[in-house]
Design a protein around this ligand. Structure first.
Ligand code: AMP
Length: 480
């Protein structure tokens, strides 16, 4: 797929209806969802049906964006929040979510996780009808569609126009609405806290606020929460479920449950499957933290090889961290993980990570292990090789930067400098989830895309818009 741009909408969303501490709960919820987005964070709250929405958002981590005073200002019993991984268009606070607009039917706020595959087309169409976009991200399209004069179908008909991956929370002047696209690419679940309803991208957010997990929102389900309670609609055409399997492999937090399955459990089983498929004779199984921890545990259990977390992670690297001006080789990699050299010296080591994307980090792990005197280094990866782009919200580089798209298995092994290399296969990965194979989107591994897209049209529009954004923002654009 010869694409120069990449959809980058890895995000986390959270919502509360009917709680006096709505904004504070949202803050904690976003804090638990921080792994889904570190670039910006935002909360919008509403006091009553006739009061103006209050919002606070900014660039950085949740703990950096919000001070207690900011949260005190966010009054009301309803709130929605968002953490954003990466920006489309340019990296400015203006693109931080949730977005708020005034429409002729009142105020609306939206927070979106996913990627609309027909964003460019819809945007061209809406602009032709006079819509003026404030930001360069496609989530705003949802608001413009909802603000359009309605035909017969109302808001649900407007939502039917969007295609792709979307788990969205909306706040209107009376309701909180949460919905998942008909394939259910991204997670979204429902909980209860002190009688109030809460929605979150992942269940780990409920644990922190001591909310009770109620259930996952179904693919294609719209839940509408207002003073009358909660109800569901299924406005979308019925289709097969296509949950992103990479959420289980890497993206979701290990303490979350998705579709009744605990993520860490799946990762341990992936490690066991991997050990059966590509066993190794070794003295130690070493995880790459944090992503490889559970798969390494499964690998070690399956083969009875001792597990040792020999890479030690520094958790405190902020985005303002100053890098050395003089060159320290592999500084970015070294600053995050340090190896306990004594442990691996003269040992045959299996190093386990969840995935290889460009191969840069995997390669430097092997170099570090060799420099520490490891006798053999066997690289094991708990998902299949990444060969295809993701159009549904995971940030992967162009396929021509994906190592496995460019190289044979032997070339990968040589590039990494490993004694052997082994990836889990598609079947083993799916088995590890204990869910049926046709429940999943595996496009980044298989090239089997559940939703079509016009890549060339998208590319054209995005490039045109990026030029315009550069003029507006006076900075280098980043194409989605
Ligand atoms: P690399 O092969 O150097 O590009 O990086 C692979 C590492 O990045 C692995 O440890 C993965 O856990 C992690 N990773 C995989 N996918 C992503 C993603 N979409 N965003 C950020 N990190 C990722």
């Amino acid at each position: 797929m010869p694409l120069k741009h990449k959809p980058t909408h890895e995000c986390g969303v959270f919502a509360v209806f009917g709680h006096p501490d709505a904004a504070l709960l949202t803050y904690y919820g976003l804090f638990a969802l921080q792994h889904r987005g570190q670039e910006s964070a935002g909360i919008v709250s509403a006091k009553g049906s006739d009061s103006t929405f209050q919002q606070h958002k900014g660039m950085g981590l949740v703990s950096q964006v919000f001070k207690m005073d900011d949260l005190d200002e966010l009054k009301g019993t309803r709130a929605i929040g968002h953490v954003r991984y990466s920006t489309t268009g340019s990296s400015t606070a203006k693109n931080a979510q949730p977005f708020v607009v005034d429409t002729n039917r009142g105020q609306l706020a939206v927070a979106h996780n996913g990627n609309l595959v027909n964003a460019a087309q819809l945007r061209v169409e809406l602009e032709a009808k006079g819509s003026i976009f404030q930001t360069t991200v496609d989530s705003e399209i949802v608001l413009h569609l909802l603000a359009q004069p309605r035909g017969d179908g109302g808001a649900l008909a407007a939502l039917r126009r969007i295609e792709g991956a979307f788990s969205i929370v909306l706040m209107s002047e009376r309701e909180i609405i949460g919905f998942r696209d008909p394939h259910g690419f991204r997670p979204l679940c429902l909980g209860k806290k002190d009688g109030a309803y809460v929605l979150a991208s992942e269940s780990c957010a409920f644990d922190l606020i001591q909310a009770q997990f109620v259930r996952d929102i179904e693919p294609g389900e719209v839940v509408i929460i207002d003073n009358g309670g909660i109800r569901s609609e299924f406005p979308f055409r019925e289709t097969r479920s296509a949950f992103c399997i990479f959420e289980y492999v890497y993206f979701a937090r290990p303490d979350s449950n998705i579709a009744g399955v605990n993520v860490s459990d799946v990762r341990v089983r992936m490690g066991r499957e991997l050990a059966r498929l590509h066993p190794a004779e070794a003295d130690l199984v070493v995880p790459v933290p944090d992503s490889g921890i559970f798969a390494a545990l499964g690998f070690s259990e399956e083969l009875g090889i001792p597990y040792y977390p020999a890479f030690v992670r520094n958790h405190y690297i902020g985005r303002t961290f100053i890098q050395p001006s003089q060159s320290i080789r592999d500084f970015n990699v070294r600053v995050k993980l340090n190896l306990i050299t004594e442990i691996v010296k003269d040992k045959r080591v299996v190093v386990v990570d969840d995935s290889i994307v460009r191969g840069t980090t995997a390669r430097s792990r092997v170099v570090t292990l060799r420099e520490a005197g490891a006798k053999e280094v066997h690289m094991r990866i708990s998902c299949p090789p990444h060969r295809f782009a993701c159009y549904y919200g995971i940030d992967f580089p162009n396929p021509d930067k994906l190592l496995a798209n460019q190289c044979t298995m032997e070339e990968i092994r040589k590039y990494l400098g490993a004694d052997s290399i082994g990836y889990l296969d598609l079947e083993g990965m799916i088995r590890a989830t204990k869910r049926p194979g046709n429940d999943f989107c595996t496009a980044c591994f298989s090239g089997d895309y559940p939703v079509g897209f016009d890549a060339e049209f998208d590319k054209l529009i995005m490039e045109k818009r990026a030029r315009r954004v550069r003029l507006l923002d006076n900075e280098e654009p980043r194409l989605i």
